[in-house]
Ligand binder design. Structure first.
Ligand SMILES: [Zn+2]
Length: 243
């Protein structure tokens, strides 16, 4: 089924089946009817920055509804896989611009690998100004400890912004902030595409997100979807406890 995205120009028609998850999207930004996606399963989403951002998640299959077993073992009727949005470079570029526009000027954008790599790079690109283009660097875990490797370096007094794809507990972002501070860097803000904490995570610096969610979960023994006999699936993968 042909599908094309037009992330720049905003909403386009998209026909989704809320029970069976993402279906082929029929997009025609010029002639199509401006049908709205079914909202039936979206009750937990408290704040998308715009309808068009939410629509991109639906169109790319990054926002799934169904019956999912999360990494925590809890069940949910929603699942959000940010990588599926960022697989589209035009979408990643747009999200980078939208985040970058809300962030203060900096010398360096830093992200925890792997989740923050694409969006952090796009944010740094979007924040580039003549004569003042921030670098993009990333940190990795070395024996479990967030570390600057690969010859990346920062200088005392530099200003940094920390970018992650999804903030759940804020753990990875917090570790990157701590490494930067120990190097004398001033961390001026943090950002993510998704905030799954419902806005509750406090990183000690101003923080922005394109979408803020509260994920409704159920213990398996108390799951209404299980009681309905709906098969449970394990989407995506998140083998580490980071995030
Ligand atoms: Zn269940």
């Amino acid at each position: 089924m042909a599908r094309h995205l037009d992330p720049i120009d905003g909403p386009t028609a998209c026909h989704l089946d809320p029970i069976d998850g993402p279906m082929a999207c029929h997009l025609d930004p010029i002639n199509g009817p401006m049908a709205r996606p079914t909202q039936a399963a979206a009750a937990a989403i408290v704040n998308f920055v715009s309808d068009s951002v939410m629509q991109i998640f639906r169109e790319t299959g990054a926002y799934l509804t169904g019956h999912f077993r999360l990494t925590s073992g809890l069940h949910s009727n929603e699942y959000l896989q940010c990588a599926l949005v960022l697989q589209h470079p035009a979408v990643a570029e747009r999200f980078g611009r939208e985040l970058g526009a809300q962030l203060p000027a900096c010398d360096v954008v830093a992200s925890p690998a792997v989740g923050g790599l694409i969006i952090g790079h796009e944010v740094a690109r979007a924040m580039a100004r003549p004569g003042a283009s921030p670098r993009f660097i990333f940190m990795e875990r070395d024996n479990g400890k967030m570390t600057l490797r690969r010859g990346f370096s920062v200088q005392p007094g530099e200003r940094a912004v920390v970018i992650e794809d999804v903030v759940t507990t804020g753990g990875s972002t917090r570790e990157v902030i701590e490494v930067l501070r120990q190097a004398g860097v001033q961390v001026v803000a943090a950002g993510s595409v998704i905030d799954r904490s419902g806005g509750t995570v406090d990183l000690g610096v101003p923080r922005v997100a394109l979408a803020t969610l509260t994920v409704v979960t159920h213990a398996p023994e108390d799951c209404p979807l299980c009681r309905q006999g709906i098969p449970v699936v394990k989407p995506g993968s998140r083998p580490t406890a980071a995030g």
